[in-house]
Ligand binder design. Structure first.
Ligand code: ASP
Length: 438
């Protein structure tokens, strides 16, 4: 059994958090590969090391001294080292870095030092060896990862050592230069490393006990999801849930490695297991909706014309949207009209031009727009097996006086999506949650 455990910024924010990480690692010898973020916030008023490093770079760019910020960064690391009684000479690393700081210093290299130094400390603390991401997370010049090279480098070290710590968030270009990923990129590193060594499990340790069924800012105390499929996760994320980014899921999803989201501050909680095919987790047996998410600010663009069984008008309208770089979220067809749900933000000011183009190209009988529409998705793999779910859903919304402006259900029956007025967005989520999950 081999597990890759990735720890996010809040899990390594202080010496106390490092201790929790060590307990977690020591409690399971199969956790042999550890990926860490840079030390994050200790409380809501604190700063992430990565943010401070970006701030240093901004100061350098404008020729303003970044000494004060750099001192703050240094003392955070020294404090962790001293509190844990480690011997790593971090002052040497920090002094060498400070000496190189000038306006031409690569921003990628500078901000990557947060993960680098946090990992050096963690490697000593766990008594694991350190494998720099610049020696194993290979990328081409377009920032695409090179899985075969990554796999070779990771496995070579893993075969020799009892355990390895790898910094997240950055990799190396063919030129040898460091390149950082998008923010939160350590999740991607963890996933790449898990895929590289064909791990049995990729654990992503954070500060919440898994993915919640609904946004806790809208629903009080939503239940955590114990098991979800990658496909459901994608639906939830697409519809606005802030869960793991697609790029960080792809490497493990492709080869079917399950991903477990766990809480460093509550390690006995099983968290959320993300799997290719759900095995019927006991805790979720009675729930046929896995999660609810949604987004505001869509429009419904309805084009009326005697279509007479031809696709021509729809094709022309889609071509016009393509030209304006707007994609249709949903399309519903009637006999003499069709309606497209479009994102208000992606249309921006182009709406009137689009309508003008449609009028000129398609000579429609009418084009109308309903704006301020919110889309809310009830996502659940088990809906496919239960007749009457949509009936129950519409009934619950009807009872609360929520007017449904549009409905869509994917052919895989993974989600039912309703469009409601923006002002009823939160009520819709609460009603669905309490009717199906609460
Ligand atoms: N430290 C980086 C960030 O704050 C990457 C990460 O935490 O995953 O975005």
């Amino acid at each position: 059994m081999l597990k890759v455990a990735k720890f996010g910024g809040s899990s390594v924010a202080s010496a106390a958090q490092f201790r929790k990480v060590r307990d977690i690692i020591l409690s399971d010898p199969s956790r042999r590969l550890v990926v860490v973020s840079a030390a994050g916030k200790r409380d809501s008023k604190d700063h992430k090391i990565t943010d401070l490093l970006y701030l240093c770079h901004a100061h350098l760019t404008y020729g303003v001294s970044c000494d004060e910020i750099f001192d703050k960064i240094s003392s955070r690391f020294i404090e962790i080292r001293d509190e844990l009684g480690l011997s790593f000479r971090i002052e040497d690393e920090l002094d060498a870095l400070r000496a190189r700081l000038n306006k031409d210093f690569s921003v990628d290299e500078l901000v990557s030092r947060g993960e680098y130094l946090t990992s050096r400390l963690m490697a000593e603390y766990l008594d694991y060896s350190f494998l720099d991401a610049s020696k194993c997370i290979f990328m081409d010049y377009d920032g695409r990862f090179l899985p075969e090279k990554i796999s070779k480098a990771v496995n070579e070290v893993l075969n020799e050592e009892k355990g390895v710590v790898i910094p997240g968030f950055y990799g190396v270009l063919p030129s040898g230069k460091i390149k950082v990923m998008s923010r939160g990129g350590s999740d991607i590193t963890g996933s790449l490393v898990a895929a590289a060594c064909n791990a049995d499990l990729y654990e992503n340790w954070t500060d919440v006990s898994g993915i919640l069924m609904a946004d806790p800012r809208i629903v009080d105390n939503p239940s955590p999801i114990s098991e979800i499929t990658f496909a459901e996760l994608r639906e939830l994320a697409y519809m606005g849930a802030s869960v793991l980014h697609e790029d960080s899921v792809a490497p493990v999803k492709e080869i079917g490695i399950p991903l477990n989201i766990r809480n460093t501050n509550d390690p006995s909680h099983p968290g959320t297991m993300i799997v290719d095919k759900a095995g019927g987790n006991e805790a979720d047996q009675d729930r046929f909706i896995t999660g609810i998410s949604g987004k505001r600010n869509f429009i419904i663009l309805t084009v009326s014309k005697r279509i007479n069984g031809s696709n021509e008008t729809l094709r022309d309208v889609l071509e016009i949207l393509d030209r304006h770089k707007v994609h249709a979220e949903h399309i519903s067809m009637g006999i003499d009209q069709f309606a497209l749900v479009l994102s208000q933000t992606s249309i921006g000011d182009a709406l009137y031009e689009i309508i003008g183009d449609i009028r000129a190209k398609c000579s429609p009988d009418d084009v109308s727009v309903q704006d301020n529409i919110a889309l809310v998705a009830a996502v659940g793999r088990k809906m496919i097996f239960r007749p009457g779910i949509s009936g129950k859903l519409f009934n619950a919304l009807g009872k609360e006086g929520i007017n449904i402006r549009t409905i869509a259900q994917g052919s895989d029956e993974l989600a039912i999506i309703v469009g409601v007025d923006n002002s009823q967005f939160e009520t819709t989520i609460r009603v669905l949650y309490h009717s199906f999950a609460g």
